[in-house]
Design a binder for this molecule. Structure first.
Ligand code: MF3
Ligand code: CO
Length: 262
């Protein structure tokens, strides 16, 4: 994966292609949101997303993704329910009233990727679950606010962690945000925690996927036998929000945001 390499700076043409890929991601995620209700299976959400991909003539960034030494990712969507943190594989599970469900989705168009995730309530959820969703979304936006030229890379994770911990939650350590472009995962690796003022300076033309995973309990992770699904070791609820963001002279441009997005 090469997270130690230098951080790519996108050309104007590359930025245009990324805007397009990211708009597809944002629009499909918004449409998926309407389907989330008690009784729908996680596989039905995946099937629907795969159809939308086909209709738009874009390509899944996730299906067939081949991390070294793991099985290929088998679906176009990651669906992570309750204590599942990320990378839940769609299947026969039916969503139930009171669940929270993370939808993580990415496509490429003309070879450039967009990546975004949102965690949603299924029907009515309790106040604690809602507070976790609100804090995690807010933590993402605190990180995004740091994406101005001249800031340092670690300012992002520091801001994310501060927001999550001030609410009494913990940030997952073993997964992180990432650069994104002609590959889904590019340098740099962007932890959701850390001291401020460290690492490379942010420059216009850098594009990052920022994706806090926040646990109501402790941050430790356990992997399921499918080798993809990550759950909280203590069984606590976990939420995940993600956007793909371009650093511009004027600050962050959230490429996966359209009207109505998280
Ligand atoms: N947003 C997730 C990530 O960056 C999605 C990856 S799913 C995979 O880790 F299949 F592509 F791995
Ligand atoms: Co991502």
């Amino acid at each position: 994966m090469g997270y130690g390499e230098s951080i790519p700076i996108k050309t104007r043409r590359e930025i245009e292609l990324m805007r397009l890929a990211c708009r597809h991601v944002a629009e499909i995620l918004l449409e998926l949101r309407e389907l989330v209700e008690p009784g729908i299976t996680t596989l039905e959400l995946d099937r629907w997303a795969e159809k939308a991909i086909g209709q738009r003539g874009v390509v899944s960034s996730f299906k067939g993704y081949d991390p070294h030494g793991l099985p290929r990712y088998p679906a176009v969507l990651c669906v992570s329910v309750n204590d599942e943190i990320v990378h839940g594989i769609p299947g026969r599970r039916e969503l139930q009233e009171g669940d929270i469900v993370g939808l993580d989705f990415g496509v490429s168009s003309d070879g450039y990727h967009g990546d975004s995730a949102v965690t949603l309530p299924v029907g009515r959820i309790d106040a604690e679950a809602q507070a976790l969703l609100d804090a995690t979304r807010d933590a993402l936006w605190r990180g995004i606010e740091q994406m101005v030229p001249g800031n340092r890379l670690s300012d992002i994770g520091h801001a994310v962690q501060g927001r999550a911990e001030e609410a009494g939650y913990s940030v997952v350590r073993v997964f992180a945000g990432h650069g994104i472009g002609s590959r889904l995962h590019e340098p740099p690796w962007i932890p959701n925690y850390g001291k401020p003022g460290r690492g490379p300076r942010l420059m216009p033309g850098m594009v990052f996927a920022i994706e806090p995973m926040v646990d109501a309990g402790r941050p430790e992770v356990r992997m399921l036998d499918d080798e993809w699904t990550a759950v909280t070791a203590d069984g606590s609820l976990s939420a995940h929000f993600e956007h793909t963001i371009l650093v511009t002279e004027d600050g962050p441009e959230v490429l996966t945001q359209v009207e109505g997005s998280h």
